[in-house]
Design a protein around this ligand. Structure first.
Ligand code: TMP
Ligand code: ASP
Length: 251
């Protein structure tokens, strides 16, 4: 870390730890090497994954920022550490799908690989104890998690993230199949993109590879036991790095 001192552990998730620091407006996020899938039924340690996800995420947050999309990101002081603004995470996972794959094709009669235009936006309730269930409008309203205005703002931001990321990835020969983001409210009440954006949370296919398995450069390699997980994440970083070589250090 830089001159900023770590305080207490505020939260530990499956892939990251969040620490308070001696600065009230800054928390430090440590990206771990733990990989989990299927609500942590499947677990492994993948040496180097934390660092790769932190490096990729930092650059993607900077890219979003350049496109005028607000995020919690402040800087990356070390290879697997990120400085972010403290936010109150909205317990809603926003998934946007540009191409049908994954759970959508298990739950609906839609062929894997079908283009989705306009993209499909789904909200899931973020709670592992309940298995992150799909939210309906009525359930979202019943839970009282977001006002109608806040929901509209959240969906607009998520669609803007999709437009920005999709264009960016296409330019480095990656197809953004789908992704999940989380958003949070800052102390001043602004909604910003939070958590991480990485091959753990996006499906990315190599546009230069035709084979349906070989082209997978995301956590599906781990979910489906395809091997080469860290190598695939490394390939994503290599391409993302070309477009954003030097992310800023800590605040
Ligand atoms: P799904 O097809 O399993 O619903 O996943 C859709 C996208 O969301 C995919 O890019 C992976 C991502 N995702 C997460 O980041 N965390 C999760 O817990 C799940 C289920 C999916
Ligand atoms: N992130 C979830 C888990 O850790 C599910 C997934 O990404 O497949 O279990």
């Amino acid at each position: 870390m830089t001159a900023i001192s770590l305080g207490s552990l505020l939260y530990e998730g499956k892939a990251k730890r969040v620490y308070a620091t001696d600065q009230a407006d800054l928390v430090a996020v440590e990206y771990k090497d733990d990989a989990t899938a299927f609500n942590a039924l499947k677990k492994a340690q993948l040496a180097g994954k934390g660092e790769l996800n932190c490096q990729i995420s930092a650059r993607l947050f900077e890219l979003l920022e350049r496109d005028g999309i607000p995020t919690h990101y402040l800087g990356m002081p070390q290879a697997n550490w990120m400085h972010v603004r403290p936010v109150r995470i909205v317990p809603v996972e926003v998934v946007i799908r540009n191409t049908a794959f994954g759970s959508l094709c298990k739950q609906m009669p839609i062929e894997p690989g079908t283009p989705l235009d306009p993209p499909l936006l789904d909200l899931y309730y973020k709670d592992d104890a309940f298995g992150d269930p799909l939210l309906t409008d009525a359930r979202l309203e019943r839970l009282g998690l977001l006002s109608a205005d806040q929901r509209q703002q959240l969906e607009r931001l998520a669609l803007a993230v999709n437009t920005s990321l999709r264009r960016f990835f296409a330019a480095i020969q990656l197809q953004l199949v789908d992704f999940k983001i989380e958003l949070g409210f800052t102390g001043s009440g602004d909604l910003v993109v939070a958590d991480e954006i990485s091959p753990d949370t996006c499906r990315l296919w190599d546009l230069q590879v035709a084979d349906a398995q070989d082209r997978i450069l995301d956590k599906d390699r781990f979910r489906q036991d395809l091997g080469g997980v860290v190598e695939a994440y490394g390939e994503v970083l290599k391409r993302v790095q070309g477009a954003c070589p030097n992310p800023r250090l800590g605040k």
